[in-house]
Structure formats: C-alpha cells, structure tokens
Design a protein around this ligand. Structure first.
Ligand code: BGC
Length: 746
C-alpha cells in the first residue's frame, strides 16, 4: 500500500516539477513534501492535535509500562509521540497500536534522555568535555545511538548545550562547560554522532538540542530560576552553541524552563520563530520541556491553560511534552480563531517530516529488531571504548612529588572513602538505561588491574552525606599500615543534575574530616574525586599531595580510573569549567572583563580596585587546567607576520616539547584579547585548541591560523565584525599559563 502511494506520488512529483517550479528541492524532498501534505489533508483537527502531543511511558519493577489512559490516547490518534518507552517488545506493541489501530496509521516517535550513553554509560558530559576531543565525543554519541535504536528509540533529548558559569547549578554536569567556542564544537560533534550519516539509517537517532535558551544562567545558580542578561551576552556567549547544534543538522530543539528578560522561552515568539526559524533557518520541530506550557501560569504570563497553550503555539512551539495543554485546549482555540489551523498544520508538518526522515513511514518497526537488541548492547568494544573515555576524561588537578602514578614498589594500598565501591554513583545523573550492577567501581577497577599483586584493603570511613556513620578512626588505623592511600571522595550522583542546586559546593558530610585524619598519617595519599560540578575545595587542595578529578565515569569508571592511577594512561583532561576558590567568587570564569579598576597583581587587596577584601580574584583551578605525568615546555610564540589586513590571516605557532619521562597528550590552547573595542572585550577568549600526542623528548610545532572573522564581536549597534587594531595572542597549557604576543589588524 505504502509502495503504491509512493509510485503515485512520484508521478505527481514529476508533473509538479514542471508546473510548480520547485527547483531548489531534490526529488526526494518533493516526494516527502507531497506525502506529508497529502496526509495533512486527510487529518481531522483532532488527529492533528494528537501529532503535537507527547506523553510519557513509565518503568515498573517488571519492565516498561504505560498508563492505560495514555494507551487509549494512542489508539484514538491523540498522542503522536511517546517518551521514556524503550525495549523492543514494548516499543513494538505501542507502535503496532499506532499504525494498526488508528485511522491514519501514523507511526510514533519514541524519545528518551540518552544524555551520556544508553546502556553503556560514558562519563557525564562535563567529564567527556574535559577530553577536548570532539572525535571521541562523537564516537561516544554514535555508540549511544546504536544502543538506543537497538532498543526501539528514534529520538533523544540530547545534546544539552547550555553554557554554564555557575557551579551551584546542578545541571552543569550535563553540558560542555563555560566556554562558547569549545561548547559549540562539542555540540556539533554530539549531533553528528547521534544523527550519523543519515537519519534514515536504522542505527541513528534524531537529536534534540536543549534547553533553548540560556537555561544555564539561572540567577544564583538555582534551577529553573529566572535568567536576565544583556542582549550582547546572550548573543555572544549563550546562543552560538545552540546555533552550532542547529547548523550541524539537529532535527529538534527543546525549549527551556526559564524566562529570559521576562519572557519564558516556551512563549517566546522572538526566540522560537524570529531567531530560530527565520534567522537561523531551523527546519526541524520545537518540543517544550516537561510540562513547560502549563508552567506559563506560575510564571505569570498566562491566566489559565488555554491562554498558555495559545501563547506557546503562537510563539512557535510544535509539540507539548506531557502537559496535555495542546490536547485539552487547541480545538477550542482554533474554533475561537485564537490559533489558526495553518499554525497547527505547520507544527504537524514539521513533526510528520521528522517521522518521514527517520524512515518511519517506510517501516515503523525499523528500530524494533530483537537481534540488534541482544547483539548491539554493551558489546565488549563499547565497554572498551567507555573505559578509554573514562580515563581520558580524568583531570589531574594536583600531583606534588610525583605522587601519581602509583609506584610499582607499592605492595599494600588502603582504598578509603564513600565512593570507593559505589556502583550506583558511577552512573552519574541522567544515566538513561544504564544499570548500576554493570558498573565497575574504583575498588573493582583496582582489583582488575592489580590481579592480586598488590594487597588492597578498603574501608568506607563515612558516607557522602553526614548521617552519623563514622569510621574515621578505623580508616586512620588502616592507613597507618599500608604504603599508599587512595581516598575516594566527592558527591553522590543525585547531588548534581536536574533540581540539584547547592549553595555549599565543598566536600559534603564528614569527608573533609576523613581526609584530614588520613592525610595526617603522613602516608602518600592521592584523592580521587567523583562529582558532577566544580567543587570549592581549597582546604583539600592545601593538604593533599595529589588530586585526580574523575567526575562520574560511567559503566567503566573504575577500570578507566585505575588505568590513570597506575600510569597505563597518562592523564590529559583539562577543565572546561573553572573551579572556584570559594562560593563567594561565583560566577568566576576565565573570559571575564578587565573593568576600569583591574586588580593590582602586586597588591591584590588594594582598596578601590576590583577585588575582594577576603579572597583573591583567581580561582582554585582555572579553565583549561589539567596536569600530566609528563611535562611540556612551550617556546615563545612565532608569527609569520606581525600584522595583517582585513582580508588576510596570520599564523601563530609554538614548539611544544615533552620534557618529561613519559609519552603524553597535551591540549594546546589559543586565546586572544582585543585591546580596544567598540564595547569592552574579555581579557581572554578561547579561539583554538589542538590536542597533540608527544613521545618523551619529542617536539611538535603547533600552528593556529587566525583570521579577522575569528576576532569579530557584537558592536554597540549589535553588528558583528572585527575591528582594526591591536590584539594580544596567548598560547599555552591553560587559560592562565601562556606565552603572549601582540598582533595588529591594519
Ligand atoms: C528536563 C529535560 C528532559 C525532560 C524529559 C525535564 O525535566 O529538563 O532535560 O529532557 O525532563 O525527561
């Protein structure tokens, strides 16, 4: 039947080619458009409303399930998409109901939060970002897509690309960090990995860029709080990352919960229609975040649900996630002409096109392959790669006296701390269908590596949060009897992620007390940190010789971390979010402004300068920071010329030498500063980076090409261009330790 329709459609298309002059579209686009228009013509308003409504499935102890009233909605054509439903048999059954029991047989989309892996869980996105390796990140998303599609999914609520400068906000764990340049590259890589070469393949999923927009800048770091910023900051720092994901072809965009300057995103016509569709030419569909339409009422811009539905559909929302506002209100709104049927058709069209591009009209069961479900989940290769990513995500924050890697002479290790053997916590927040029992803890990772050659004794010491459990005395006695101590400290997985803002971001509970007591024994100690955000840990930094940041490393966390601790992998991760010295500094980020009264470095507390009475301005660890077991020397910057014209470019290079005793990887970073602008410019902006591998003793020349477009910015009148004048270039190992050189655009 479908084939016959296609043949007829082809014939119509051929004639259309001559009569309608659809020159720009390809024949397959034309076929798609004709098919979709034909379907829309046949749809009742009720069926259209079904297509723009999305409802959740559940997970009960026996497996996936769905409320009966939602199943009834599917049967009646009143739910066009489902989320949180996966596993082949279950998805197949829901899809069967949609294509066999509804009048128009329109297949469902199946969406899910596959944030850092589906079954094989990779490190949290903030951890993956620390690799600065977009190829690796793209491959992790490819694997996530293979596994998700093997379990029936065709749509994922990823990538989360919100730029975040406030570590109190728990959702920093889901993103790429604080920088727009790096974040944009990561966003594009994620979309490419998920959507692969073609959306119509059976192992690719449609991406959903979120949370549009500026969700990462809630006031005071409190989740869902209002966002208020200048138009310039929005355009310069926050929006480009979503744009990069859209330009990479993301099929859908999710609105954010927050308001921006008084207008909630879900009712923001400027954001969703003028900017996203008209200026950025986004041609996919816009889904709300969970229940966001109804939240327009407490936001105070809608008087009731009907008003909320009217505002959001007219602003450019195409699909209502879980709110039932479209389902309950749109028919009446169309009848009263508050919403035009054309607006509904536009939303329906975008969703049907997405379904068409995924190939669901050709084969609604294409993601329901039992064989794939058993063969393409958690394969040894996927796990091996997850181990590699877990190791490469680690950031070595401190390593005095070469405490790490653990020496081969060590014969007895004490592994102490609440995160030493916690499978659940390795998953991190938003761990999709990841299973705790499949996770490798640090204890298991150490045992796997050492295979009995080293005696490992473990004690918890305390819990993550203070609940009265105190084994500090026991931990100290244990530490006294070993050659080396590993302290596994940090947050539990629920302390970051959605609705997990914190005002105190130091080590929770008794952990600092535990660390102090154990370190006092004088034994060599390395702290292994697990956390979903930058922590404020100046005291820990002061007393601990070595600190390895491992985030939440996913399924293979323990093996990957053990690889780093024992030197099989030389750490190469670099922070993509600044670690503050204290909460009072927040927001603290590298690309700040100089101010009219910049701090005097020789007298940091000088009165009437931009500083604090009681804290330095500098953070604990800056953006781009991370150590290696080897050392790298940077030559001065060489330029191919001192100045360049507006149509020209300049090449800046450095020689980087591995001066240590191990092979290693280094992330060479390029920053610029525009010395005089039409508006004030940041003291540094990342404009390039290269991750290089250097054998010990090896020297590599790393060159960056810089053109005037790279130096463009938003002027007072919001025009985007570069100025002539002087620019300072910085190339170095992190945002603070760099070589500098001036260049001029003439
Ligand atoms: C989150 C989204 C997520 C959605 C569906 C919301 O609470 O903000 O990021 O995609 O739930 O699970």
């Amino acid at each position: 039947m479908k084939r016959l329709t296609i043949i007829l459609l082809c014939m119509i298309v051929v004639s259309l080619q001559y009569s309608c002059k659809l020159e720009k579209e390809t024949t397959s686009d034309q076929m798609m458009n004709v098919f979709v228009e034909d379907l829309i013509q046949k749809m009742t308003l009720e069926e259209k409303i079904g297509q723009i409504s999305l409802f959740t499935s559940d997970w009960s102890t026996t497996g996936p399930s769905m409320r009966n009233d939602y199943i009834d909605l599917i049967k009646q054509g009143k739910a066009g998409s489902v989320f949180n439903a996966f596993t082949v048999d279950f998805v197949k059954e829901l899809q069967r109901i949609a294509v066999e029991e509804t009048r128009l047989h329109i297949p469902l989309l199946f969406g899910y939060d596959v944030i850092h892996g589906h079954r094989t869980i990779f490190p949290i996105p903030l951890g993956q970002a620390s690799t600065w390796d977009t190829t690796m990140i793209e491959k992790a998303e490819r694997i996530a897509a293979i596994e998700a599609t093997a379990e029936g999914l065709n749509w994922v609520f990823t990538p989360m690309v919100d730029i975040a400068r406030d570590p109190r906000w728990g959702r920093v764990m889901e993103g790429g960090g604080e920088d727009t340049f790096l974040g944009s590259q990561i966003a594009a890589a994620r979309v490419k990995g998920l959507q692969g070469a073609s959306l119509s393949d059976n192992n690719t999923v449609m991406a959903c860029v979120k949370h549009f927009a500026a969700y990462g800048a809630p006031q005071a770091g409190r989740d869902y709080h209002a966002v208020d910023m200048s138009e310039r900051s929005l355009f310069e720092w926050y929006l480009p990352v979503y744009k990069a994901a859209v330009d990479a072809g993301a099929g859908s965009v999710m609105t954010s919960f927050n308001e921006i300057a008084g207008v909630p995103s879900t009712s923001n016509k400027w954001l969703l229609t003028e900017l996203l569709r008209e200026q950025w030419k986004f041609d996919g569909f816009v889904v709300t975040d969970y229940n966001s339409i109804n939240e327009l009422i407490p936001h105070g811009v809608a008087s009731d649900q009907a008003h909320a539905a009217e505002l959001s559909i007219n602003a450019g929302v195409d699909m209502d996630m879980q709110g039932s506002a479209f389902l309950d209100q749109i028919a009446e709104l169309v009848k009263s002409k508050k919403v035009s049927e054309e607006t509904i058709n536009n939303a329906v069209r975008r969703i049907l096109i997405a379904k068409y591009k995924l190939g669901l009209f050709d084969d609604p069961y294409k993601y329901c392959d039992k064989k794939r479900e058993t063969e393409e989940i958690m394969t040894p290769e996927f796990r091996e790669f997850a181990r590699e990513v877990a190791a490469k995500s680690c950031v070595l924050l401190k390593n005095e006296n070469k405490t790490l890697p653990v020496s081969a002479n060590v014969k007895k290790i004490a592994l102490i701390g609440p995160l030493a053997d916690s499978k659940e916590d390795m998953l991190g927040f938003w761990s999709a269908a990841g299973q705790a029992d499949k996770c490798v803890t640090l204890l298991e990772g150490l045992k796997n590596k050492l295979k009995g050659s080293v005696n490992i004794i473990t004690v918890k010491g305390c819990n993550v949060l203070d609940d009265g459990f105190d084994e500090i005395g026991k931990a100290v006695s244990l530490a006294r009897n070993v050659d080396f101590v590993i302290l596994a400290l940090g947050e539990n997985r629920m302390m970051s992620g959605e609705a997990a803002s914190r005002t105190n971001i130091s080590l929770p509970g008794l952990q600092m007390k535990l660390a102090e007591a154990v370190i006092k024994t004088g034994k060599p100690v390395a702290v292994v940190l697990f956390n979903g955000r930058p922590l404020a840990i100046p005291e820990l930094n002061k007393i601990t010789p070595a600190i390895l940041e491992t985030w939440f490393g996913g399924t293979e966390a323990g093996n990957g971390i053990a690889d780093v601790l024992f030197g099989d992998v030389n750490p190469s991760g670099k922070l993509t979010m600044t670690f503050p010295l204290n909460v009072g500094q927040i927001p603290v980020f590298y690309n700040t402004k100089n101010t009219g009264r910049p701090i005097n470095p020789d007298n940091p507390h000088e009165k009437y300068k931009s500083n604090y009475l009681d804290s330095p301005n500098t953070p604990l660890y800056p953006f781009g920071y991370g150590l290696s077991y080897t050392s790298f020397n940077y030559s001065d910057i060489k330029l191919n010329k001192e100045s360049f014209g507006m149509n020209d470019r300049i090449i800046a290079s450095v020689d980087v030498t591995n001066t240590g005793v191990m092979d290693g990887e280094e992330i060479v970073q390029l920053y610029v500063r525009d010395m005089v602008g039409d508006v004030t410019r940041p003291v540094k902006e990342l404009k390039g980076f290269k991750k290089i591998h250097l054998n010990k003793g090896e020297t590599v020349t790393v060159a960056f090409t810089i053109s005037p477009e790279d130096l463009a910015y938003y002027h007072q009148n919001m025009s985007f261009s570069a100025d002539t004048g002087d620019f300072e270039l910085f190339i170095g190992t992190n945002s603070e330790e760099t070589k500098n050189k001036m260049v001029t655009i003439k």
